[in-house]
Write a protein that binds this ligand. Structure first.
Ligand SMILES: NC(=O)C1=CN([C@@H]2O[C@H](COP(=O)(O)OP(=O)(O)OC[C@H]3O[C@@H](n4cnc5c(N)ncnc54)[C@H](OP(=O)(O)O)[C@@H]3O)[C@@H](O)[C@H]2O)C=CC1
Ligand SMILES: O=C(O)[C@@H]1CCC=N1
Length: 272
């Protein structure tokens, strides 16, 4: 497929992750532009990825075939207003924002637009991301293929059938890297408290997490419970740790966290 001219509005954490995945996968940096109000993030985009940058959303969007909206949900209205004077009918618009429904964008941009909603995650920057994708009936197979090709440079892509399903993707993949980082932080804090140097503790914890995730991925025929059981010797050390988590209602806590994550996405959909 011919590479498209892509412009990212907003050069924050998630845009950096996607651009990193794109450039690492061989996408031509000369075809990528990112905009941002503050200069340091743009300078980093140039030095790290060799892409084009600007602080002019309108010109950047005008020059692009594909516009990726990478601002926070509460800035989406401002960006829509800014770009509303452009004829966007021949452009594909991809949003990565959580909690802004597809129908709101036509209001913000003051015209019917061809929009695909996506939910990526930051591991996209190293090619092991996951992006959920949702398109309405007005989006052509070619537009879906363009979006899928772009987002797949950062890892796996999953199309969902309904817009609501994107909220599950947020809880399971968009937000979840933060849960795992929190878990790692807690493990490292415990080890440091017991006297271990932080660097060594982090190295061990993150390598174990990587190994556990790869084992789960490479053994789909084994249940997660089986993988856990394989580590847990009867009467041994792991059993003590796992029992502590179970007694502390880790599962209930995770369920509440994910439900609250989804509830916030639903609340934002009313707010923005
Ligand atoms: N972070 C994540 O893991 C994920 C984020 N998302 C979504 O990605 C979006 C961005 O999140 P994230 O990258 O974390 O946020 P960041 O705050 O890191 O990035 C947003 C960027 O937008 C810039 N910005 C603000 N207003 C404008 C404007 N009018 N025109 C152009 N740029 C503007 C900000 O500039 P300034 O330098 O002034 O702050 C900032 O650099 C959100 O909608 C979020 O829901 C989705 C999945 C995962
Ligand atoms: O926290 C957020 O709202 C965004 C969406 C998923 C990850 N970060």
């Amino acid at each position: 497929m011919t590479q498209q001219k892509v412009c990212f509005i907003g050069a924050g954490n998630m845009t950096r992750s996607i651009v990193s995945g794109l450039v690492k996968s061989g996408y031509n940096p000369a075809l990528i532009e990112a905009t941002n109000p503050s200069q340091p993030k743009l300078d980093a985009m140039v030095s790290d990825f060799g892409i084009n940058v600007s602080n002019n959303n309108v010109t950047a969007a005008q020059n692009a075939d594909v516009i990726v909206l990478g601002v926070k949900p509460h800035f989406m209205e401002v960006v829509g207003e800014e770009l509303s004077g452009l004829d966007l009918s021949n452009k594909l618009i991809i949003t990565i924002a959580a909690g802004v429904t597809a129908k709101r964008y036509s209001d913000y941009f003051k015209q019917e637009i061809k929009l695909i909603r996506t939910m990526p995650n930051t591991p996209t920057q190293i090619g092991v991301g996951l992006t959920g994708l949702y398109a309405g009936d007005d989006i052509s197979a070619e537009q879906k293929a363009i979006c899928e090709t772009l987002m797949a440079t950062g890892g796996e892509v999953v199309w969902v059938d309904t817009e609501d399903d994107l909220n599950q993707v947020i809880a399971l993949a968009g937000s979840s890297p933060a849960y795992f980082f929190l878990f790692l932080e807690s493990m490292v804090e415990s080890a440091v408290k017991a006297g271990m140097p932080e660097t060594a503790a982090r190295e061990m914890a993150q390598q174990a997490a990587l190994g556990a995730a790869l084992m789960a991925k490479q053994n789909p025929e084994l249940s997660l419970a089986q993988l856990r059981t394989n580590v847990t010797s009867k009467g041994g050390t792991t059993a003590q740790a796992v029992e502590t988590f179970e007694k502390g209602n880790l599962r209930t806590l995770v369920d509440s966290a994910m439900s609250n994550c989804i509830a916030r996405a639903q609340e934002m959909a009313k707010q923005y």
